[in-house]
Structures are given as structure tokens and as C-alpha cells.
Design a protein around this ligand. Structure first.
Ligand SMILES: *Cc1c(COP(=O)(O)O)cnc(C)c1O
Length: 361
């Protein structure tokens, strides 16, 4: 086990990863080999801009600052640790990109092999690079995420591989840590919790996390859960599977969420909702948060688009504490960031020219 304090100063609390930090809430024993990259402990960032815009206190839970750049690390440390404990030598997953990045990294840390099946041409370059650099076997299919997941479930049934998609219950177990961190950082539960919904594992995990803290009397109220799908991939909103999901937010481009019923339960039990935001709304939100200092990936921005939608509908009360989860890092897919910016100008290597170009003279 890693130490709590600096061996030099004896003071700083070095974050040990979510399993060690929340060990008594995790399904591990003394002998479970903990495979960690010290995930979690991500910043909760107060947004002055969004607070002013909405009349609420808005905080951004930036899970893009996890080791592989998305919240998937929270679940993967659990899934890979348990797979290792069970003696597995190989893991497999279907992915829109971030699950494969996390699976590849944690499998590599554990000395296991990872196979990932992804929809061809629909994976952000950064995510593909991650899977490859960590040595995963990457297979593309002429199909979508839902079909990739079907293949993986079949392989896990018939072959000696462990499935590490969020249908693996340990993934959800690990991801509950997001809710606990939010409470630990805020000192209370938020009034409203806003997040993107794809395969719906994360909203399931957050709701479980909040409910457990509530049952243990760590918090005395529960947040209203507001989940947002992309309009072109909104099966829960439509109440029917979507055969050809389409959205620029590829991480939530999912037509048949594995945790569908739990997402609905989270929304209903909390007095919340699962709604949809359009690609233009998501894009505008992506640019808005970036202009205020946080570079989150496109799918993450659905929670900001959702926040603005809640405001517009009159579903927020003044002064409420709101947490928006930013699930992944914008650097995963820099193309969106530069797509509507002009190329930087080129000047002679002189301060005067720079001063003129900057409008300082
Ligand atoms: C996986 C992912 C989502 C969707 O999470 P689900 O648990 O599938 O609902 C959202 N944003 C990002 C960045 C992701 O990687």
C-alpha cells in the first residue's frame, strides 16, 4: 500500500487512488491486488461565469484530469483489480474510445493483455492513440458501439477473457467514488447534479454513490439527477432503441444503453429527468466552458448544454448548488477545438511586429 504522507515533510496527503481512499466502501479484501494509476481526486472547479449566468452556485467536476483523461479510470481500477484477483490474463471491451483507453492503460499496468473493439472511424484520434500506445489489440468493426458490445459479451461467455465494460459490476462500484468526492469536496450534496448519459453506467454509479452516503447519514439530502443524451442518440428520452445513433459527441453515441433502467430509476427516484440536447447546443457549451478555462471533451459538454437548458426551462431555483460533471478531457479530440479557429498569423521575429499584431500599439 502507498503512503498517506510525504516521506520528506510528513505532511502532504498524496492521493492514493479511489480504492485506497474509499477502501471500506469498495468490494476488495486484504489480498486483492490493487491496480491503480492514482485515479480520482479530480478537481471540483467553481464556475463564476456559469454561476452568474444561472443564478446558482455552479461547480464543475472535472474528471478529464484523471490519468487517462476520463472518468472511465474510476471504474477500470476496480474492474482490472478484480480481474487480476480472479487470475484473468486478458480483458476485452467495446468502446466509443475512453473505455478502451482506460482498459489499455490499466491492463498494461497489471501486465495483462487488452482487446478492444471499436466502431470504425468513430473514435477520436487521441483515444485511439492511447489504446495503441499501451499495447492493446485494437479491432475496428463496420458497425456501432452497441454491436461492438454484443460481440464482446459473446466473447466473454465463450472465451477466457474478462469483460470490462460497465456491464461489469465492478466498473459501477468504482465510479460511485465520483459522488463521494463531490460531497467530500463540497461539504454537502449538491441540490442538482447534471451529467451526460451514454451507456448510462455513470449516472447509475453517481446515484448509487449519493444514496449510500445518504443511507450512512453523511448527507441529509439527495440531489436531483439531470441526465442529458445527445438528440441523435437519445433512446431513453424516446423510449425506444436507436439503431443508427448519430452525434458529434462520440462518447455518448449509443443507441441501446446497457444501464438504461437504472438511469430511468435515478431520474425518477430523485425527481429529476433524462433529456436531450442537440449537437449545436453541445458545441456551443463546449466553446463556452473552454472560453472560461476548462477544456472538456464534446460529450462532457452535454452537461453544460443541459445546465443551460434547465435554466431556460425555469427548472433551477436561484441559489441552488449545482454540480456538472465534465467526464473527459478536450485534448482527446483537439480537432473540434481548432475547427473554427483561424490559423495563427505569422510575423517576423521582432517584438514590434508582435506588439502591433497583439493590438498593443
Ligand atoms: C463514457 C463517457 C460518457 C458516457 O458515460 P456512460 O456511463 O456511458 O453514460 C460521457 N462522456 C465521456 C467523456 C465518456 O467517456
Amino acid at each position: 500500500m502507498s503512503s498517506l504522507t510525504s516521506p520528506v515533510t510528513g505532511q502532504a496527503h498524496m492521493w492514493r487512488g479511489i480504492i485506497e481512499e474509499y477502501r471500506d466502501r469498495m468490494p476488495v479484501s486484504e489480498t486483492t491486488p490493487i491496480v491503480t494509476l492514482r485515479e480520482g481526486g479530480t478537481p471540483l472547479i467553481h464556475s463564476e461565469y456559469l454561476s452568474e449566468l444561472t443564478g446558482c452556485e455552479v461547480h464543475l467536476k472535472f474528471d478529464g484530469s484523471n490519468p487517462t483523461g476520463s472518468f472511465k479510470d474510476r471504474g477500470m481500477t476496480m474492474a482490472i483489480s478484480k480481474a487480476k484477483e480472479a487470475g484473468a490474463e486478458a480483458v476485452i471491451c467495446a468502446s466509443t474510445g475512453n473505455t478502451s483507453a482506460a482498459a489499455a492503460a490499466y491492463a498494461a499496468k497489471a501486465g495483462m493483455t487488452a482487446g478492444v473493439i471499436v466502431p470504425k472511424g468513430k473514435i477520436a484520434l487521441g483515444k485511439l492513440a492511447q489504446a495503441l500506445v499501451h499495447g492493446a489489440k485494437v479491432i475496428q468493426i463496420d458497425g456501432n458501439f452497441d454491436q461492438a458490445l454484443t460481440i464482446c459479451r459473446e466473447l466473454a461467455d465463450t472465451e477466457p477473457v474478462e469483460l470490462v465494460n460497465s456491464v461489469n459490476p465492478y466498473r459501477i462500484d468504482g465510479q460511485r467514488s465520483g459522488a463521494w468526492e463531490v460531497v467530500d469536496q463540497l461539504g454537502r450534496a449538491p441540490d442538482v447534479h447534471v451529467m451526460p448519459v451514454g451507456n448510462a453506467g455513470n449516472i447509475t454509479a453517481y446515484w448509487r454513490g449519493y444514496r449510500e452516503y445518504h443511507a450512512d447519514k453523511i448527507i441529509d439530502q439527495l440531489p436531483v439527477m439531470r441526465g442529458y443524451q445527445a438528440a441523435g442518440a437519445a433512446p431513453i428520452v424516446l423510449g425506444a432503441k436507436v439503431d443508427k445513433p448519430e452525434t458529434i459527441a462520440t462518447a455518448i453515441r449509443i443507441g441501446n444503453p446497457a444501464s438504461w433502467q437504472w438511469a430511468v430509476e435515478a431520474a425518477e427516484e430523485s425527481g429529476g429527468s433524462i433529456r436531450a440536447v442537440t449537437d449545436p447546443q453541445i458545441m456551443a457549451a463546449f466553446r463556452l466552458v473552454a472560453r472560461h478555462g476548462v477544456f472538456a471533451e464534446m460529450a462532457s459538454s452535454a452537461s453544460i448544454a443541459g445546465l443551460l437548458e434547465l435554466k431556460e426551462r425555469g427548472d433551477l431555483e436561484p441559489g441552488q448548488t449545482v454540480v456538472c460533471v465534465l467526464t473527459g478531457h478536450g485534448l482527446k479530440d483537439p480537432e473540434w477545438a481548432i475547427s473554427d479557429s483561424d490559423e495563427p498569423v505569422t510575423i517576423p521575429p521582432e517584438a514590434e511586429a508582435a506588439a502591433i499584431e497583439l493590438g498593443l500599439r
